[in-house]
Structures are given as C-alpha cells and as structure tokens.
Write a protein that binds this ligand. Sequence first.
Ligand SMILES: NC(=O)c1ccc[n+]([C@@H]2O[C@H](COP(=O)([O-])OP(=O)(O)OC[C@H]3O[C@@H](n4cnc5c(N)ncnc54)[C@H](OP(=O)(O)O)[C@@H]3O)[C@@H](O)[C@H]2O)c1
Length: 254
Amino acid sequence: MTFDFSGKNIVITGGTRGIGRAAAELFAAAGGNVILTYRSDAETAGQTLRALTGEGHQIYQLDVSDPPAIQNFFSWYSDRFDKLDVLVNNAGVYLEHKILETDFENWQKNWEETIKANLTGPANMCFFAVKLMARNKYGKIINISSRGAFRGKPDHPGYGASKAGLNAMSQSLAIALAPTGISVHIIAPGFVETEMAASALSGEPGEAIKRQSPFGRVAKPEEVARLIAVYAGDGLEFTSAGIVDINGASYLRS
Ligand SMILES: NC(=O)c1ccc[n+]([C@@H]2O[C@H](COP(=O)([O-])OP(=O)(O)OC[C@H]3O[C@@H](n4cnc5c(N)ncnc54)[C@H](OP(=O)(O)O)[C@@H]3O)[C@@H](O)[C@H]2O)c1
C-alpha cells in the first residue's frame, strides 16, 4: 500500500507514541508535513520528531483536556500554516474505575478526566480545525474510537462512554460538515500493542484477550496507522460518518 501526502498538513494529537507515532511515521514517510502534539512526555516527543522522515515537522505541548490550551494551539498553528488538511484526534486516556470497588472521589475523578480527554478534547479540536478546513473546502477528520464503545468496558466505564460519545459526535459533525467538503471518519480498534494496553495484555489475561480474535493476536499500531492513512487520503469522502472496526474479528457488531 503506497500513500502520497505531499503538500498536506497533518495534525495528530498524542502523536508521540503508540498509534499516533505510527501514524506520524507513515504520514511523514509519505511526504506529509506532520504536527504532533503530546501532553507531558517531551523527551519521547523529541525522539519521535527526530525519527520522522523529511523536514519541517513540528511538536507542540498540548493537553487536549484544556480548552484554552486548544485555542492557543490553533492560534500558534495559524501563525505558521495557511491550511489544515488532516486532523487525527488520537490522544486518549484509559482510566480504571470499577463501580463496585472504587470510592466516589476516584469514580468521579476518573470519569471527568476521561470524558475531558477522550470526548471534550476532540470536540474542541474539531471546533477550531473546521474553521481552517472550511476556508479551503477540504479537510479530513479521523477520530480514534474503540471497540469498547460497543462491547462495554466494565472496569473502565468512563472510557466506553467517552468513545460512544465520540462516535455520536463524529456522526453529527459528518452531517453538518459534508456541504463544506470536510469528511469525518471514525476508526474503532480493539486492543492494540501500545503502552495504553500493556498491562491488559500481560500474563494469562493478556493471552485470553489475544484469543478473542481468531487471528490469535491483537492489532499492531502500524495496522491502525495504515487505516488512518487510507481515510485521510482522497476518494473515501463518501464514507464520512462511517465507523470502521479493526479488531481481528474479535467482536462483531450488527
Ligand atoms: N491501545 C489500545 O488497545 C487501544 C484500543 C482502542 C482504542 N485506542 C485508542 O487509540 C488512541 C491512541 O492510543 P494508544 O494506545 O496509542 O495510547 P498511548 O500509547 O497511551 O499514547 C497516548 C498518547 O496520547 C497522549 N495523551 C494522553 N492524554 C492526553 C491529553 N489529555 N492531552 C494530550 N495528549 C494526551 C499521550 O501523550 P503523553 O505521552 O505526553 O502523555 C500519548 O502521546 C486513544 O484514543 C485510545 O483510546 C487504543
């Protein structure tokens, strides 16, 4: 599969490791100009930046849970770039808060933190991104959801809710934005081999998760990145509002 993103500006939130990093590497190798954001890990962000093919890529510290910080990011962005072609809302958190075991303080804290990072953050990123995209009547928004939106996340209920909300928001925006030339795509991975899933995938419980798929494994970040690039390219605008599973047939939804 070959991609060409020459001349395209691509913003990836949480782009310094895991799925985001794999996507950044793919876009950069395909000639794209990548702008990565990260929350706190500046060292990893710098390493990722240095590993990208080509020149001119940028990193920016941004906590997507913080609405004024998003506004500042787009002000910074607009001073440097005249257009935005692709936004990948990838940053996310996976916080445990088991309803029968956690106290109310932790329940509430992890619920709020999850919704702010996984749902409100992408909503606010979209708000500013579409202003830039609409100017050129061109834009692709790729929102990274999860199998958990459909299958349930008993130990991470805020996470499941945030991703279900992300799906619904993306579909509403897809309808609102279609006349402006902007399409909104939703990718719903099952487990992926990244730091986020590392503890879930360790030991016998991890092997049980791998056996959920008839392939006997979970996804690699590079596989999710390829799917992101497919939807970020031209020709699939008519799939706007669609949710694409990448879970190795581990869960079939109707
Ligand atoms: N891994 C899986 O099994 C899996 C399955 C389904 C869906 N997903 C989704 O795929 C996306 C990427 O996951 P991943 O597995 O690649 O995660 P990861 O390895 O944990 O990386 C998460 C990235 O998001 C950033 N981030 C976290 N909270 C942030 C915030 N509030 N503001 C800005 N950046 C923030 C992190 O930055 P710092 O390093 O600076 O903190 C990091 O770059 C997430 O939306 C996740 O929900 C993952």
